[in-house]
Design a protein around this ligand. Structure first.
Ligand SMILES: Nc1ncnc2c1ncn2[C@@H]1O[C@H](COP(=O)(O)OP(=O)(O)OP(=O)(O)O)[C@@H](O)[C@H]1O
Length: 252
C-alpha cells in the first residue's frame, strides 16, 4: 500500500500497465476498470495479451509500468501470488485441476476457507455449518447429485464446475476464468454461462473467452484487447460491429 495510488471505486483498476518481454510489449499502457459485482468478458486475437493481463492481476508477472489496484487500496504489482490469493482473487485456468481420487464433496471440503474465528469448542456447530456450506456450493455448481463420486468420473464440464466450486469455497471477491467453455458440450456451455452469471451477482468475474456464442450467452460488457491495449469496449453487439475488431479478430 502506498499513498500515491490513483483514487478509484472500482474493485480492480489497471492503470497504464505495460509488460515487456525481451523488448516486446505484451501489454502496452493497458487501462481497465472492473466493478464490484461486474462480470466482464475479455476477447481478442491470439497474442493480444489476455493471459499476460491475468498474470499481472495474480502477481505471476510484474509489469514494467503501471498500477493494478484492488479494492481501492492494494497495489497488486507489489504483492506476491500468495498474498494476492489471500486478498480474494481466485483464478481458474483452462484445464481443470481437481483431486481426481477424492470425491466431489471432499474436493470442496478441502478447499473451504478455514474460519479462524470459530473456537475449537464449537466443533460440532462448525461441522454443521461446514456441511451447509458444502451443500450450498455443490448446489451452486450443479453437482449435488454427484457428491459421492470420485472427481475422476466427472465429465470435462463437470470437472470445470467442480473447480469453480473449489474456488468459490475460498470466497474470492474477484474470480478470473480462462476459457471455461473450451471442450464443453453446447448444454454445458449454456449452463456455464448461467453459473457465471449467478456467481457475478455477488462478486466480480473476468472471463477470457474465444467462443462468441458463449460470450453472447453471458450478456455482459466486452473488452477486446489487441497488441496489449484495449481496442474496443462495450456491449457485444457494439464491439462486434466495430470495424477494427472485425479486422483483427472476428473477421479472421
Ligand atoms: N514469458 C514470455 N516471454 C516472451 N514473450 C511472451 C511471454 N509470455 C507471453 N509472451 C508474448 O506476449 C504476447 C501476449 O501473449 P498472451 O499469452 O498474453 O496472449 P493471449 O491474448 O492470452 O493469447 P491466446 O489467446 O493465444 O492465449 C504474445 O505475443 C506472447 O508470445
Amino acid at each position: 500500500m502506498t499513498t500515491s495510488l490513483p483514487v478509484t471505486t472500482a474493485l480492480l483498476y489497471l492503470n497504464g500497465v505495460s509488460v515487456v518481454f525481451d523488448g516486446f510489449r505484451a501489454l502496452n499502457n493497458l487501462s481497465l476498470a472492473i466493478g464490484r459485482a461486474e462480470m466482464r468478458a475479455i476477447i481478442g486475437p491470439n497474442g493480444a495479451g489476455k493471459t499476460t493481463m491475468m498474470d499481472v492481476i495474480t502477481g505471476k508477472t510484474r509489469p514494467s509500468e503501471g498500477d493494478a489496484i484492488f479494492a481501492g487500496r492494494h497495489d497488486l504489482t507489489r504483492l506476491d501470488e500468495a498474498s494476492i490469493a489471500q486478498l480474494g482473487i481466485g483464478r481458474k485456468f483452462q484445464t481443470p485441476t481437481v483431486f481426481e481420487m477424492h470425491t466431489v464433496e471432499d474436493n470442496i471440503r478441502l478447499s473451504l476457507k478455514a474460519d479462524r474465528r470459530t473456537l475449537p469448542t464449537l466443533f460440532a456447530r462448525k461441522t454443521a455449518a461446514e456441511r451447509e456450506r458444502i451443500d450450498a456450493l455443490l448446489e451452486r455448481v450443479r453437482l449435488k447429485d454427484q457428491r459421492r463420486r470420485p472427481a475422476s468420473e466427472l465429465s470435462h464440464g463437470q470437472k470445470q464446475w467442480l473447480e469453480i466450486g473449489m474456488l468459490l469455497a475460498q470466497e474470492p471477491q474477484l474470480l478470473l476464468v480462462d476459457e471455461p467453455a473450451a471442450g464443453m458440450t453446447d448444454q454445458e456451455t449454456a449452463d456455464t454461462a448461467d453459473l457465471l452469471r449467478e456467481i457475478a451477482e455477488t462478486r466480480a468475474v473476468v472471463v477470457v473467452e474465444h467462443d462468441m456464442t458463449f460470450v453472447r450467452d453471458l450478456g455482459v460488457k466486452v473488452t477486446c484487447l489487441h497488441e496489449g491495449s484495449v481496442l474496443a469496449e462495450g456491449p457485444l453487439d457494439q464491439v462486434s460491429a466495430d470495424e477494427r475488431v472485425v479486422e483483427v479478430y472476428l473477421g479472421r
